[in-house]
Design a protein around this ligand. Structure first.
Ligand code: HEC
Length: 123
């Protein structure tokens, strides 16, 4: 699979992450959403569904925004739950995969490439 390397430079460190060159919904985005978002963003969940390609495509630009701004998944208040907060945040790789998916046209891809079990199969 082709992957591109995105570099992040800070004063302290340079971090490299690899993300798919042209991510697709089923292959690259569903696994992230399952792990990080479907707890709330599913039919009957506490927030709007991102379960189908149609849903996610409609929300693609806001998704890009909220993951870049670290607004989703929602973080618990600081203090006691700090460690929990670290555990729940998206990795750089996950964030950049979503960003790149949106920037390359939020492609659907092949449903057969979605990881089983997957919520989109039950709709
Ligand atoms: C713990 C529940 C929960 C999780 C997990 C969660 N969200 Fe949300 N999300 C919400 C709720 C509730 C809203 C409704 C608006 C609000 O309250 O901010 C929302 C709103 C949104 C919006 C609408 C824009 C906005 O600012 O309101 C987007 C886009 C979004 N979520 C994307 C995501 C993505 C992508 C993930 C996974 C990386 C995710 N969310 C994980 C609960 C969640």
């Amino acid at each position: 699979m082709f992957r591109s390397i995105l570099m992040f430079g800070t004063a302290a460190a340079v971090l490299a992450v690899t993300v798919p060159l042209e991510p697709t919904f089923y292959r690259d985005i569903v696994p992230i959403l399952e792990k990080r978002c479907y707890e709330c963003h599913r039919p009957g969940g506490s927030a709007m569904s991102l379960a189908t390609y149609r849903d996610a495509k409609r929300w693609a630009r806001p998704m890009r925004e909220v993951v870049l701004a670290n607004r989703m998944p929602p973080q618990p208040p600081q203090g006691l739950f700090r460690h929990l907060q670290d555990a729940q945040g998206l990795t750089r790789e996950e964030i950049q995969t979503i960003v790149r998916w949106v920037d390359t046209g939020a492609k659907e891809g092949d449903p057969n490439e979605a990881p089983p079990p997957q919520i989109v199969a039950h709709l």
